[in-house]
Design a protein around this ligand. Sequence first.
Ligand code: IPM
Ligand code: MN
Length: 353
Amino acid sequence: MNLKIAVLPGDGIGPEISRQGVDVMTAVCERFGHNVSYEYAICGADAIDKVGDPFPEETFKTCMNADAVLFSAVGDPKFDNDPTAKVRPEQGLLAMRKKLGLFANIRPVETFDCLIHKSPLKDELVSGADFICIRELTGGMYFGEKYQDNDKAYDTNAYTRHEVERILEVAYKYAMQRRKHLTVVDKANVLASSRLWRQVAKEVALRYPEVETDYMFVDNAAMRMIQDPKFFDVMVTENTFGDILTDEGSCITGSMGLLPSASTGEHTPVFEPIHGSWPQAKGQNIANPLAQILSVAMLFEYFGLKEEGALVRKAVNASLDANVRTPEIQVEGGARYGTKEVGAWIVDYIKNA
Ligand code: IPM
Ligand code: MN
């Protein structure tokens, strides 16, 4: 297969983990005889510094011309602490999602047996937890009408029937492939937008009689996730709720550095870790590359390359089992492996597998 990949390393730890993702991708493609090529493009704070735009037209073109985008992270504290900044790195990520029509963000929350103890939750609660959050990615408050002056500000949480229906269809497709249990997460007791979600969900549910659908308020879902994470199989929710709940989900897995995601929709799909740019760790070779590497597994799987994806997952599991881990998940007293060393170990494993 020919694979043309747009690589967007971005900011902070982005470039470091990006390199590991690319190396893993190259190793797998070599092994399976795929012809992969990469085109690099700028985004985020890096692109603001270079051309004044966090998602320049050039980058958009590179993404549109690719089969897939391997994205890393954007964000820089110099913008976080400046509420008056006119452009922000995050706008680059949002522009990419919007312009590529990536309305469905697939965020699996899985556990690794050897990392169960890294979760702040009790082992027996976490062990075996395995669900997917389907986060709507191009609507809601992120993109609704906004206003801000010195006395007043608002963000509008707008959704159309079409937007809700298409994300629910994605969620039901996933539920059909899994344990056939879908939880629709909303705040229908307070929000009009959520009431529309629930109404549309009830209609779409009729098309999937085999799937058990339940409806849960987001506050309750946040609690249920830590009280009984195994309750969930597939959950579907709007943009903002999905953002919050998936960070919470990383506490089930044990580290933010372990959760990959796929963003799909109308144009080129994007594969990205759910974590941010962790600027404090930039250049220190301590960031966990696994979320990025697992995003590569999701990329292969998206193109139906199951064995390739499975090999990446196998290599990741082997690295964890061998204690080749970045500091935040290393066992007490264990050797310290850096971003590069974890990546290199995994590449080696793939070459010799
Ligand atoms: C994520 C991130 C982004 C989001 C930020 C960086 C804009 O937190 O992908 O979850 O809020 O969607
Ligand atoms: Mn987030």
